[in-house]
Design a protein around this ligand. Structure first.
Ligand code: MV4
Length: 501
């Protein structure tokens, strides 16, 4: 047991703020690191101390583990929270952190390493009774043998890179004629992308739902699950809408999936927060795919339905405390939905649309949570993921959460960049989404860019009205976009950063 008094957050944007807020609630001091592109970001102002670690490209800043560890030494930092992306699933970094006598708020380097290899993960999980998609258990070395196995499994099959993840390095093979060509491509892609050409094959489940289970494990071998998140609405492996609970599984399946997720975590001695990913086929059978060894983007929906602050639990676990929550303490209350607001133009093939947030007014009110890392007037840098915010609504049931989401999307006013909000509203009101009859093919099955024309037109009219109203207001003394209370907040932030620099 070692208590944490100061945390460095090795990340940026909304997740950096998310983590620092919990730290502050726990009376833990916070250190931000930032790149030259993020000098004016809210996460930098919010932190008690902030250090610039390099130029804009992440390879020269947020991925510089050596610099980040040096900052920890200079500022007497007890622990690093890596957030998601960047260094969060880098076993080498976690090891370096530990080696420097700093706590890594996350799993052990060994667990990161095992789960970072899909084949090693499946192998570890195979000690337990966990359903897995039929396929090869080891990397393919003999092509003729692999073809025989593919024929046994039955086409279509999927070739996956063992070192891949999030859909990278996957290839569908429809029939034996295509096998060699696709295998060559998969191996060379895996080699160039991951520096590891190991691939394996699985039966291809053509219309799956993506369901994942949140788990928490402590350093004393206790592991609990916090139910599922349904993440099927995605495009090109980028999730757009997530919700909890899933309307597609029975309570029996939920209990069984939870048990499997806990066993997967046990198989690698897991501690910290983690997510075990499954796919569900049309018949309702589920299969374990892989485990993500980080706090995920979509974690808020789990927080909403369970009332658990996952970041707080991660910090307690990192301090060596035993989990204070028992499985029997947990239940699902209500329903939560998250939409990701990306600076992307959905009517133009989701092209990233970087620029300045001329107008940025977020929704509010009962059941609405916005996790963001930007403010009005800020530029969205080209160097990083174009996610502006996560909009989360919570209701007594799914219908109420959807109603609140539609209302919240209507209230959200952003100008200067195109966003995925009109697309999210389209999904929220689509019969297939409302009825729950959707799978990972939702976007390609139900969406064409022309469908957004009306939405966007309506939106820009509303925005024009708001902007002209605010221009009128600005000419009155003491009025404008920013409320008095927001001004006060901004000035206390300013005072804090002045004290520290
Ligand atoms: C699959 C699959 C179908 N069959 N495996 C994509 C991300 C990676 N985590 C695993 N993925 C998939 N694996 C078999 N055997 C379909 C997908 C998949 C998918 C999974 C989850 C969420 C979205 C997806 C979109 C396309 C394909």
């Amino acid at each position: 047991m070692r208590s944490i008094k100061k945390i460095l957050v090795a990340n940026r944007g909304e997740i950096a703020l998310r983590i620092m807020r919990t730290a502050r609630e726990m009376n833990i001091a916070t250190v931000a690191v930032f790149s030259e592109a993020d000098r004016k970001s809210p996460h930098v102002r919010y932190a008690d101390e902030a250090i610039c670690i390099g130029p804009a490209p992440s390879s020269e800043s947020y991925l510089r583990g050596d610099k980040i560890i040096q900052v920890c030494k200079d500022l007497n930092v007890d622990a690093i929270h890596p957030g998601y992306g960047f260094l969060s699933e880098n076993a080498g970094f976690a090891k370096m952190v530990q080696g420097a006598g700093i706590i890594f708020i996350g799993p052990s380097p060994e667990a990161i390493e095992v789960m970072g290899s899909k084949l090693a993960a499946k192998q570890a999980a195979s000690q337990y009774n966990i359903p897995m998609v039929p396929g090869t258990e080891t990397a393919i070395t003999d092509r003729a043998e692999a073809k025989t196995r593919a024929r046994e499994i039955g086409y279509p099959i999927l070739i996956k890179a063992s070192a891949g993840g999030g859909g990278k390095g996957m290839r569908v093979v429809d029939n034996e004629t295509d096998f060699d060509e696709q295998m060559d491509r998969a191996v060379s892609e895996a080699q160039t992308s991951f520096g590891d050409g190991s691939v394996f094959i699985e039966k291809y489940i053509t219309s799956p739902k993506h369901i994942e289970i949140q788990i928490l494990g402590d350093q004393h071998g206790n592991i609990i699950h916090l139910f599922e998140r349904e993440c099927s609405i995605q495009r090109r492996h980028q999730k757009v809408i997530e919700e909890a609970p899933s309307i597609s599984i029975s309570n029996e399946t939920r209990v069984e999936m939870g048990r499997c997720a806990i066993d997967v975590a046990k198989s690698c001695g897991y501690y910290g927060a983690g997510t075990v990913e499954f796919i569900l086929d049309e018949k309702g059978n589920f299969y374990f795919l892989e485990m993500n060894t980080r706090l995920q983007v979509e974690h808020p929906v789990t927080e909403e339905i369970t009332g658990v602050d996952l970041v707080k639990q991660m910090i307690y676990i990192a301090e060596g405390k035993p989990l204070a929550i028992k499985q029997s303490d947990l239940s699902i209350k209500g329903h939560a939905i998250e939409v990701r607001v990306y600076a992307e133009d959905a009517s133009n093939n989701f092209l990233p649309d970087v620029g300045t947030l001329h107008t940025y007014m977020k929704p509010d009110g009962n059941g609405v949570r916005v996790d963001d890392g930007f403010e009005q007037g800020m530029d969205i840098p080209i160097y990083y993921d174009p996610m502006i915010a996560k909009l989360i609504t919570y209701g007594a049931d799914r219908e109420e959460a959807m109603q609140k989401m539609t209302r919240a999307i209507d209230e959200y006013q952003i100008s200067g960049v195109q966003t995925t909000l009109p697309f999210c509203k389209f999904v929220m009101n689509h019969p297939a989404f409302v009825s729950g009859e959707f799978d990972t093919n939702f976007v390609s099955t139900h969406f064409q860019p022309e469908m957004l024309v009306e939405e966007i037109k309506e939106d820009s009219l509303k925005l024009a009205a708001i902007i002209s109203a605010s221009l009128l207001k600005k000419s009155e003394p003491g009025a404008g976009f920013v409320s008095a209370s927001e001004n006060k907040k901004a000035s206390s932030w300013k005072l804090r950063s002045l004290r520290n620099h």
